[in-house]
Design a protein around this ligand. Structure first.
Ligand code: ARG
Length: 467
């Protein structure tokens, strides 16, 4: 019962002045964020050290109190890092847990740390610092994934495989070219990460509760000390903005979508029916009942993690969309979404990087598949345009008849006798067989960005210089 509960509780030591009793147990449970925001301890302490140093520099607190505060905060940092810190749910969040411990360690000087700031700008700062570090980590991980693809692309610049549209064999391509498609995708993701770092590179501390402060603080000093380009410009926006977290989640969702498409391809390619690639033992699992099986579990889980990441993005967009300016407690729910998505994204990038580096490519199988399904039909049509002077539409029609004939005979285009081809169009000569092989097909596609090995090598050189 709420009433009897209150008897046993003292009011909160941070704002107790106005409160006669402490919170109901349910209030404490719904209100507390320490269970997840303890992850922000290092950022919180860095922020407080920078803030206290600035307060002393501006003559707002004494150098002596500043020294006590900084010393106490460093002690707390090592207590938390070594697992010797007792987090308390009654103290709600990481900010108040640290401040309460500081008071125990250094006494009254601790009470001066919160001068000219609020938990609203404090949490905006801590979370921004955390997201910035996570973005920097993501950038590095994407660079690793791109490097893995560049190596595989180089190795397989000439390996022919079927290129698909509608998952139907379309035209022969090289495996190197296909790998480079992923390099473009993850390259775009990485540039989104870099832009996001640029966007969030503004320091929130000093916005205070929402209106700024009357103390003569120096926000440029704290911004510099914390590694930000500059301070934010509007204190109301500063404490009500979570765009940086939403941008992180959008990038995670887009990157996750790319990783999931790759995972899906690996699942398809590693089936016995396709047999294009074989996963290493390190990135597959067996079946407890079917001894012949080797399952692409890691790829499937990467595909599934995308669902969680998308969920986090939608959750935070929904949390934010109805909030009046400035801060509302709803915003406390931002962190779990970002932490969960960050963990999923890191795992997914690491797993795909390992899989790409380790997988064995069955080039013979890919080449055989590349030649089936009349994949060089376009090459025959192009030959008729080039060598026999037909308009492309007519050449397409003639080729269609050749494909129908080969299909009825149960053979490939290259296996049709010359007499059969000449019966369809008299200008066809035996030179046509030169373009009907898959190697000739890919080698001819030298247009910028095309699948010819020479073009793929040019693409690789472009990205090597940028990775
Ligand atoms: N734990 C809170 C959060 O994560 C800190 C800010 C609290 N501010 C407030 N006005 N109650 O958002």
């Amino acid at each position: 019962m709420a009433e009897s509960n209150t008897d046993t509780k003292s009011s909160n030591q941070m704002w107790g002045g106005r409160f006669a009793s402490g919170p109901d147990a349910i209030m404490e449970e719904i209100n507390a964020s320490i269970g997840f925001d303890k992850k922000l301890f290092a950022q919180d302490i860095r922020g407080s050290v920078a803030h206290a140093t600035m307060l002393a520099h501006q003559g707002i607190i004494s150098p002596d109190d500043k020294d006590k505060i900084v010393h106490g905060l460093n002690t707390i940092l090592s207590e938390i890092e070594s697992g010797n810190f007792e987090f308390s749910r009654r103290l709600e969040d990481i900010h108040m847990n640290i401040e309460a411990r500081l008071a125990t360690l250094i006494g009254p000087a601790a009470g001066r740390l919160h001068t000219a700031r609020s938990r609203n700008d404090q949490v905006a700062l801590d979370f921004r610092l955390w997201v910035k570090e996570e973005l920097e980590k993501t950038e590095k991980m994407l660079t690793g994934l791109i490097a893995a693809f560049l190596d595989r692309a180089e190795e397989h610049a000439e390996s022919v495989m079927p290129g698909f549209t509608h998952l139907q064999t379309a035209q022969p391509v090289t495996f190197g070219h296909h790998c480079m498609a992923y390099v473009e995708m993850f390259g775009r993701d990485r540039s989104r990460v870099r832009h996001a770092i640029e966007h969030l590179d503004e320091s929130p501390i000093g916005a205070a509760a929402l209106a700024g402060t009357g103390y003569p603080i120096d926000r440029h000093m704290t911004a510099k000390a914390l590694g930000f380009r500059e301070p934010t410009r509007n204190s109301i926006d500063t404490v009500s903005d979570r765009d940086f977290a939403i941008e992180f989640l959008s990038i995670a969702a887009i990157t996750g979508m790319h990783l999931s498409r790759l995972a899906e391809e690996i699942v398809i390619w590693s089936t016995p029916q396709f047999g294009f690639v074989r996963l290493s033992d390190a990135f597959s699992t067996g079946s407890s009942i079917m001894p012949q099986k080797k399952n692409p579990d890691a790829a499937e889980l990467v595909r599934a993690k995308t669902g969680r990441i998308n969920g986090s993005l939608v959750a935070l967009l929904t949390i934010m969309k109805g909030l009046p300016l400035a801060y509302s407690k709803d915003m406390q729910e931002d962190k779990e979404q970002v932490f969960d998505a960050a963990e999923s994204l890191e795992l997914a990038i690491a797993a795909m990087t390992g899989m790409v580096r380790d997988l064995t490519v069955n080039t013979a199988r890919m080449k055989a598949a590349a030649g089936s399904g009349f994949s060089t039909a376009t090459d025959l049509a192009d030959w008729l345009v080039r060598e026999a002077g037909l308009p492309f539409r007519d050449a397409h029609h003639v080729t269609g008849r050749a494909v129908a004939l080969a299909e009825s005979k149960g053979c490939d285009l290259a296996e049709l006798p010359l007499a059969d081809l000449q019966a369809i169009h008299p200008d066809i000569t035996d030179k046509v067989y030169d373009v009907l092989t898959v190697e000739a097909s890919v080698a001819s596609r030298k247009s910028f960005g095309g699948t010819a090995p020479s073009e793929v090598r040019r693409q690789i050189a472009f990205w090597r210089a940028r990775n």
